[in-house]
Design a protein around this ligand. Structure first.
Ligand SMILES: Nc1nc2c(ncn2[C@@H]2O[C@H](COP(=O)(O)OP(=O)(O)OP(=O)(O)O)[C@@H](O)[C@H]2O)c(=O)[nH]1
Ligand SMILES: [Mg+2]
Ligand SMILES: [Zn+2]
Length: 379
């Protein structure tokens, strides 16, 4: 996808008003303006990061989209690297690209996962997201465990999840389709499940209502139909789409960057590259919310620290016996709890401390550089 810079970017103003139709369309509100006030006082300009690519990012500002370097705000902690959806403070100094991102506003929400690498590291997939749309293709067999994993990360992020069952046109029998929807509803308490076809338009209006306010991120494995859906929601072909491989039906990882778009009916949409793995990242609360019916049952166990194995008065095993709680569901819950505990134990405190120290030092250097620049400007 090409992402042309606005021709007006050369008239980038050093004293912008803190509200504009561009910023508003990207989700700017009184809270962001308040958080930005100290940066505005330093002469910095607000903008929303619409795309990040190798140390540079595109930022939508009141005066158009500008390219900015992220060197000043790239700490070792990958959780704090500039991400699509962040609100950035851009230095308007200098007429030529790239400009510099000097700071990012604290995120309201962030969708994080651990990378599949052995050295467990967190990675932010999207920042300041209100709705997480987990896109699951009906062209392949449903993987309930994977949906639960996505749901745990979505709840943990602070966003409201929705599951889209894409390519519904490929399921010709309406009875089969409604069973598939029920299966997913059964593992997603508190979550809307929308069967949808970008090909026929079925369900697209239902989703349009969900995404018409706030920021939505599309998540899912490669080939799930995220970019096709993004094009349907935006109303034009903003993203490239590619057929899955014939051999195994797997996607081709067509999308490689996270891209943010303003939707015609209001709201903001972020399309993301297909994920190979979705490791949990410190998602204890998210796992609890994903399996809320199990946690509710557990509250009724006789012993507070019941392990739901063989204790008397266990409400969870009683539900298993009664057939109201599927064994698969409980096993999936246990698996994610264990995975999360392992991950938290691995990220040792010393490493976290080092990251924090380094971040502080960088911050101090950045502030010193800014002060120096400001003084230089005054002279
Ligand atoms: N039949 C049918 N095919 C669809 C639908 N939506 C998407 N597809 C097809 O699915 C394939 C993959 O679609 P993409 O939108 O590129 O998938 P993606 O999730 O963006 O994939 P990555 O960018 O690799 O993560 C393409 O061949 C699409 O035409 C649909 O509603 N019905
Ligand atoms: Mg894509
Ligand atoms: Zn129990």
């Amino acid at each position: 996808m090409s992402f042309p810079l606005s021709p007006s970017s050369s008239s980038f103003s050093a004293s912008p008003s803190l509200s504009s139709s561009v910023l508003d369309a990207h989700g700017w509100d009184a809270g962001w303006a308040e958080g930005f006030a100290p940066y505005a006082a330093q002469g910095l300009v607000p903008g929303r990061v619409v795309r990040v690519d190798r140390g540079q990012c595109d930022v939508a500002t009141a005066d158009g989209t500008v390219r900015a370097d992220t060197a000043f705000v790239t700490p070792h902690d990958p959780l704090r690297v500039v991400c699509t959806g962040d609100w950035a403070a851009v230095d308007p100094e200098g007429a030529s690209d790239p400009r510099y991102v000097r700071a990012c506003l604290p995120r309201r929400t962030a969708f994080a996962r651990s990378t599949s690498s052995k050295r467990s590291e967190g990675q932010i997939l999207a920042a300041n997201v209100d709705h997480a749309v987990i896109t699951v293709s009906l062209a392949v067999e449903l993987d309930l465990g994977r949906i639960e994993r996505f749901l745990a990360l979505a709840w943990e992020s602070g966003a409201q999840p929705t599951v889209v069952l894409s390519k519904a046109d490929l399921v010709s029998d309406p009875v089969v389709l409604s069973h598939l929807v029920e299966d997913v509803e059964g593992i997603a308490p508190g979550v809307g499940v929308v069967p949808l076809s970008s090909a026929t338009g079925e369900g697209v209006d239902v989703l349009k209502a969900v995404v018409s306010g706030g920021t939505t991120v599309l998540l899912g494995v490669s080939g799930a139909g995220k970019s096709t859906l993004a094009n349907a929601l935006v109303g034009e072909d903003v993203m490239t789409v590619q057929a899955a491989r014939d051999v195994d039906g797997k996607g081709r990882h067509t999308t490689t960057t996270r891209n943010l778009f303003v939707l015609p009916g209001g709201g903001v949409l972020i399309d993301t590259p297909g994920l190979r793995g979705v490791g949990l990242w410190d998602a204890e609360a998210g796992v609890g919310q994903t399996f809320s019916e199990i946690e509710e049952l557990a509250a009724g166990c006789r012993f507070q620290d019941c392990s739901h194995e063989s204790e008397p008065g266990c409400a969870v095993t009683a539900a298993l016996d009664a057939g109201t709680l599927p064994v698969r569901r409980l096993e999936s819950y246990r698996k994610l709890i264990r995975e999360n505990q392992r991950l938290v134990a691995k990220t040792d405190a010393r490493l976290r401390n080092e990251i924090r120290k380094d971040w502080k030092r960088k911050g101090a250097e950045g502030r010193a550089a800014m002060a120096f620049k400001r003084e230089g400007r005054l002279r």
